[in-house]
Structures are given as C-alpha cells and as structure tokens.
Write a new protein. Structure first.
Length: 282
C-alpha cells in the first residue's frame, strides 16, 4: 500500500507542524481537532509560518500554495476514513489516546497505519489498545516540526517489519532524518536530555550559579544552541515534569526524579514561554 493520504490528530503546536510538513511533502493531509476554534487557530499558525517564510525568502509563494492546497481540517473522525497513515498528536494521556484510537479503528480501513507522536508513553500499550497492533508505531517529531530534522521511529513488540519500514520511509519522505529508538520512556533523545535538564535545576537550586550564568556556560562552553533553562522554558516546565515522572516510575533511578523546585514552579503556573514566566520572564 502506497501512502498518499495522511491524517493528523490534533492541531496544536506539534499537530499543526506535522500536518504542515506532510502537506508540504505532497501528501493530501487532513488534520482533525475536537473543536472548530482550536482547528482554526492551528491552521492559522501554519498560514503564518508559511507567509513569514515567503517574506523572508525561505519559502517560495508556489511552495506555500502547494502546501495549503494539500491541507484541510475537520472535526469529524469520518473524514479520516480514506487515510493511509494517521499520526496522533493529542494530549499526553493514555486514556484520551485509547479513546481516540478506538474511534479511528471504527472508521478507517484495515490497512491504515497508526502512529503516535508521544514523547514519553509506551508505544506497546497504545498499540495493544487498537485492532491493529501490527500496524502501529511511534513517530516522535521535535518542536518546531518544520525546522527540526530529527524524527524518532519507535517499534513496539507487535509492530510488523512492513509497518516499521513504511513508517521509516515515510519519515524520510518528509525530508527528515529518522533514527530507530527503543520503546522505553524517553526513547533516545529525552532519555539523555531530561536528566541533564533536571540536573541543571538541582545545580541552580544548590547555588551553582545564576540561571543566566549556567545557560551562558553551557552555550559557550559546550557549543549548545541554548542553555538548559532557556530550553526548559521553551519545552515547558510542565511537559518536562510530566516526562520525568513517567521515566522515574519506569526506571526508579534518582537521575529521573523531578527536583522539588521544578514541581513547585509547575504548581505556581510558571511553565515557561507559554505562560509568560518560567526561569525567565517573557
């Protein structure tokens, strides 16, 4: 089966980005949201990104029109029935994802491949709650999706060889550089990144230096594009806290335990850029 039509579940920051790169790569792309207002906001984000790209000379007007022509939105599951592959990018909640995949199972064809963009949940658990555990894989994109080249392809125990190969090739067709990651919390990147971010919070809390000096030290001393606190604010302190808890529950290693300061900042609503206040004010 050739992949021609792609569905994307969720039109938030990640979902809209995934839908954009799929449409830009020539796939007929249908993005589904629960409410029209959220859908409109996500599609407007795609429009703005493309328009800004044209203004800066990074995207041609022809490419913008091609992408928009391939992209459509809906609030109905039925509109996804003709999709060959569907990428789920909704809230990080197992029960919500289970209900969503159950609704999809009822309308799509037997050969449709399901993928999840989860950054922390068990792919096998999600796959086992569908009627197609052999046609289910993880496809973890990075934010911002149109700019970040990496995609982690996660193979569950039940993922067939054919599904894995098709999903890997699909990621390549989007102009991405896929890597194969194990079905363990954090996969590859977050498994290494999250302990580093948590250590930075602990170090700051223990008086190692100011937020600004620690960030500058890691940028200029190691060549990282941004320091740990700038990155934490960009990713979202709540997102990091959530992933850390899942990793700690799985491995029970101190390195994955979220530090008390991170928990208190989340409770205080200091979530980073999205709330206007994290380790920095915006």
């Amino acid at each position: 089966m050739e992949i021609k039509t792609v569905g994307v579940l969720g039109c938030g920051l990640m979902g809209s980005g995934i839908a954009q790169v799929c449409a830009a790569s020539g796939y007929k792309t249908i993005v589904r949201e629960v409410e029209q207002g959220v859908l409109d906001k996500g599609l407007a984000r795609v429009n703005k990104f493309l328009n800004d790209g044209v203004e800066k000379g990074k995207v041609t007007a022809e490419a913008r029109e091609k992408t928009l022509a391939n992209l459509s939105g809906t609030t109905a599951f039925d509109d996804l029935k003709g999709c060959d592959l569907i990428v789920e990018a909704i809230i990080e909640n197992v029960e919500e994802k289970r209900k969503t995949f159950a609704a999809l199972d009822a309308v799509v064809g037997e050969g449709t491949i399901f993928c999840s963009n989860t950054s922390s949940l068990c792919i096998q658990e999600l796959a086992s709650n569908t009627k197609r555990p052999d046609r289910f894989a993880g496809l973890h994109f990075f934010n911002p999706v149109p700019l970040m080249k990496l995609v982690e392809v996660i193979r569950a125990l039940t993922t067939s060889d054919d599904t894995y190969q098709k999903v890997f090739a699909f990621a390549q067709s989007l102009g991405k550089e896929p890597i194969t990651a194990p079905d363990k919390p954090g996969f590859i990147v977050n498994r290494l990144l999250v302990p580093y971010l948590l250590d930075a919070v602990r170090a700051f809390d223990h008086g190692l230096g100011t937020v600004e000096d620690i960030d500058k030290g890691m940028k200029l001393g190691t060549g990282y594009p941004m320091g740990p606190f700038t990155l934490l604010d960009f990713v979202g302190l709540d997102t990091t806290y959530y992933i850390a808890n899942i990793m700690f529950e799985e491995f029970r290693e101190p390195a994955y335990a979220p530090p008390p300061l991170l928990k208190r900042m989340v409770l205080a609503g200091r979530l980073g850029r999205k709330s206007g206040h994290g380790f920095y004010k915006y």
